[in-house]
Ligand binder design. Sequence first.
Ligand SMILES: [Zn+2]
Length: 414
Amino acid sequence: MALSGDLWTELPAERRIFCSVLLFSWAVYLWEAFLAHRQRRVYRTTTHVPQELGQIMDSETFEKSRLYQLDKSTFSFWSGLYSEVEGTMILLCGGIPFLWKLSGQISGRAGFGPEYEIVQSLVFLLLATLFSAVTGLPWSLYNTFVIEEKHGFNQQVLVTIYADYIAPLFDKFIPLPEGELKQQIETMAKSIDFPLTKVYVVEGSKRSSHSNAYFYGFFKNKRIVLFDTLLEDYSALNKEPAEGEDGENEETKSKTKNKKQGCKNEEVLAVLGHELGHWKLGHTIKNIIISQMNSFLCFFLFAVLIGQKELFAAFGFYDTQPTLIGLMIIFQFIFSPYNEVLSFCLTVLSRRFEFQADAFAKELGKAKDLYSALIKLNKDNLGFPVSDWIFSMWHYSHPPLLERLQALKDAKQE
Ligand SMILES: [Zn+2]
C-alpha cells in the first residue's frame, strides 16, 4: 500500500490528473450500470399491476410497457458500455490533441494561421460533432427501427419537441370565468396569503401533461394558470361537436359524465394546493438562489483553473492552451465529480420539495382529493410504474407516482 502511494505521488501532476479523470469516469459508469442492473431486475420480476393502480392500468398495458422497458434497458447497457469504452480510447490515444491539430491544418489550408484560434476552434467543434454523429448513428438507428418498431412505440421526437416547445408559444390564455371554481381558488389563495391577481386557463393545450397548473409573476402580482386538460368542464375531450353550444343543461352533463376526463373542482384545488405549497414554502426562491450560486462558483473556479498548465498537459496540450479546450477540460472532466454530487443533491432536494408540497396540500385538508387527482392525471402517461428504490433515488427528480400515493395514504390514515 505504501509502495503504491509512493508511486502515485511520484507521478507528474498531469499524469495524476489524467488517471483521476479516467478512474472517476469509470466509477460513475459502473455505479450507473449497477443501478440499471437493479432496475432491470425490477422489470423482470414485477409481473403484476400494483394494487393502487389496478383501476387505471390493465395488465395488458402493464405487460407491454414492462417488455418495452426491459428491451430498452438491455439496449442502453450495450450502448452505454460502447460509449464508455469509446471515450476511454479517445482519451488514451490522444484523440483530443489529434483533432485539434487536424483542425489547425484545415483552417491553415483555408488561409487562417495559428493566430486565428477562433477559426480553429470552430473547425474543431464541427469535426467533433461530425464524429459523434457518425459513431452514434448506428445506435440510434437500431433504437428507432428495431426496438421501437418491435414494441410499436414511437418516440416521435419532432412531435414531442412541437408539443413541449413550439405549441405553448401559441397557447391561448383566457381568464377563468366567474363561478364556483374561481371563488374557491380565490378563497384558498387568500387563506394562505397568496397575492393572487388573476386566474387563467390555457385553452386547447396539446402538451403531454407535464404540467397541469403553475403560477407566475413577481411580488404582489401573481397569476395562476390552469391547463384546460386539468379541468373537467373545460377539457376539449369532453366537448361534443354536436352540442358545442354554451347552454349545456344538467341533463346532457350527467349523460356524458362517465366519459368525462379531467378533475373535479375539489381535485383541481388539491393540485393547486400542491403548487401553492411550492410558493408558500419558498421552493421557487430557493431554487433560484441555488442555481445563481452554482453559476457563480463554476465561473469562479473556471477563472482559477484556466491558468493551470498541468490541466492542459494532462490531456496532451503541452505548449498551447486554447480556450475552447480549456472549457472542455474543466467543465466536462474536472468538474465531473462536482457535477455528479451537485446533481444528486438537487435530485434529493427536488424530491423533498415535491413531498413537502404534497404535505402542504394535505394540511389544507386535500389529501384525499390530491390522491384521486394524481391517479387521474397520470393515467395517460404512466409508463412503467414500479422502480427500484436506489435507481429511483438517483435518477428521478420527481418522486414516482406510487411513492407519492403511499405518502398521501400514510397522511390520510393519520
Ligand atoms: Zn410540485
